[in-house]
Design a protein around this ligand. Structure first.
Ligand code: SF4
Length: 372
């Protein structure tokens, strides 16, 4: 098995489950967090013994809302990561809800070794935050960025959502502008998508909510892309922009189809075997079941699948085309490449392919072509 240098840690608790959320997240079960933290630490220890892991280049602590952990709980988890060996310039990201970003927490996170903070701003508009059922306000979100930066975080991402019903182009760009004024190093902007199993999905199905049309969504997307590029942020992945040197190393590894170990409830792992094939596994989703399984065996794997070399190459191409500078991961697919170039969705540059503007808009279809 190839060595693993990327670690994902999942914390599935949130204060409130937002109506559009399709992540493995549960309304906070306060009493459960201490047991969960112990289980997570145990899983990391067992997995690091059993698998070729390290040195670690990236750690991504995501959720859920991992900023609900106390500084001590976060340190408990990171104390289990450090013995694996962190590369000298390892990137350690924590996802944070604006309401949890206090100067005490910031001190604790930095002391635990976190060096990149990803703040779930989503929007600054009261109507949008209400619609999304986010519990913070716009001023809370801006204050969170300021507190993080003043406290010593030199690498801050703001997560934003566009295409929120009721927010028109001007309102969206006002949010983006105010976030940029805070000097973040990275922006992720995602379209609000409707997942069928969510409450938003139900509201759309029953006609209670009408989502903006595709043209409005694209208008907001390209307007943001133009503004971010003017402001000096490189558009390096479909939904991600960064100042030079601040692209997210953890996500880049995933887009480059590098193996990763995922620990925590519902976390997925991807391993590359010596023959080039890929193995994927996933943990049991519920936090109660996860804690129980870890207590019994130190592992919580709920399923796994092996991908043939051909399928793994297809996935690598599907994911790799999301990188806007181009990818060589599609080189084994001359037929698909030719068709996609012919359709005006890809450009070929030597061994690499790159999405055209239309290709960016239809990236899911482009990616899917490599699996056929
Ligand atoms: S805070 Fe994030 S993870 Fe938690 S419920 Fe809301 S969208 Fe989902």
């Amino acid at each position: 098995m190839e060595r693993i240098h990327n670690l994902y840690l999942h914390v599935p608790f949130c204060t409130w489950v937002c109506k559009y959320c399709d992540f493995n997240a549960y309304a906070v079960l306060e009493g459960l967090i201490p047991a969960y933290v112990e289980a997570l630490a145990r899983e990391i220890e067992v997995a690091a013994d059993a698998l070729p892991v390290g040195a670690i280049d990236t750690v991504f602590i995501g959720g859920g809302t991992p900023s609900l952990l106390t500084a001590d709980q976060l340190r408990r988890v990171m104390d289990q990561v450090h013995p694996i060996g962190l590369a000298p310039d390892a990137e350690v990201t924590l996802e944070a809800n604006p309401s949890n970003v206090t100067s005490e927490q910031v001190d604790g996170w930095l002391a635990a070794g976190v060096n990149r903070l990803s703040i779930g701003v989503q929007s600054l508009r009261p109507d949008a935050l209400r619609f999304l059922e986010r519990l913070h306000s716009g001023p809370d979100a801006l204050a969170a960025i300021r507190t993080a930066r003043a406290g010593g975080f030199a690498n801050v991402n703001a997560d934003l959502l566009y295409g929120v019903p009721g927010v028109h182009l001007t309102g969206w760009l006002e949010t983006l502008e105010a976030v940029l004024a805070e000097g973040v190093q990275h922006v992720s902007a995602y379209e609000l998508t409707v997942e069928s199993g969510t409450r938003l999905g139900q509201e759309v199905r029953t006609g209670l909510v009408r989502m903006p049309g595709a043209d409005d969504q694209l208008e907001q997307y390209w307007a943001a892309a133009a503004r971010l590029e003017t402001a000096g942020y490189a558009h390096y992945e479909i939904s991600n922009w960064s100042r030079p040197g601040f692209a997210c190393g953890h996500n880049l590894a995933a887009w480059n189809y590098q193996p990763y170990l995922g620990c925590g409830a519902g976390a997925h792992s991807m391993f590359r075997l010596k023959d080039g094939s890929t193995e994927r596994s996933w943990n049991v989703k519920g936090p109660h079941a996860y804690i129980k399984r870890i207590g019994q065996t130190g592992r919580a794997v709920d399923g796994m699948e092996n991908l043939t070399l051909q399928r793994a190459r297809g996935e690598a191409a599907m994911i790799g085309v999301r990188l806007l500078d181009g990818t060589s991961a599609a080189r084994e697919f001359p037929v698909q490449r030719q068709e996609l170039v012919g359709a005006g969705l890809l450009l070929e540059v030597d061994d690499e392919v790159r999405l055209t503007r239309r290709g960016v808009e239809l990236a899911n279809q482009v990616g899917a072509a490599f699996l056929s």
